[in-house]
Design a protein around this ligand. Structure first.
Ligand code: CU
Length: 67
């Protein structure tokens, strides 16, 4: 199992976390998502996950990729 992290800006509450979790979970290959709202760090767990697709899903949900 692989772990990848991206930083997302704009998440301010549990509702944001829920939206990003749902969006990222819908990407093929994603097994689990862990979000640290304090830092904006989104850890994506799963093999052969296309990070570009993860980033696109986050942006589609209305949040920005910080890094
Ligand atoms: Cu929110």
């Amino acid at each position: 199992m692989q772990n990848n992290s991206i930083n997302v800006s704009g998440m301010t509450c549990d509702s944001c976390v829920g939206k990003v979790t749902t969006a990222v979970s819908s990407v093929p290959g994603v097994d689990d998502v862990d979000i640290d709202i304090a830092t904006g760090e989104v850890t994506v767990i799963g093999d052969q996950v296309d990070l570009a697709s993860v980033k696109a899903a986050v942006e589609e949900a209305g949040y920005k990729i910080a890094s």
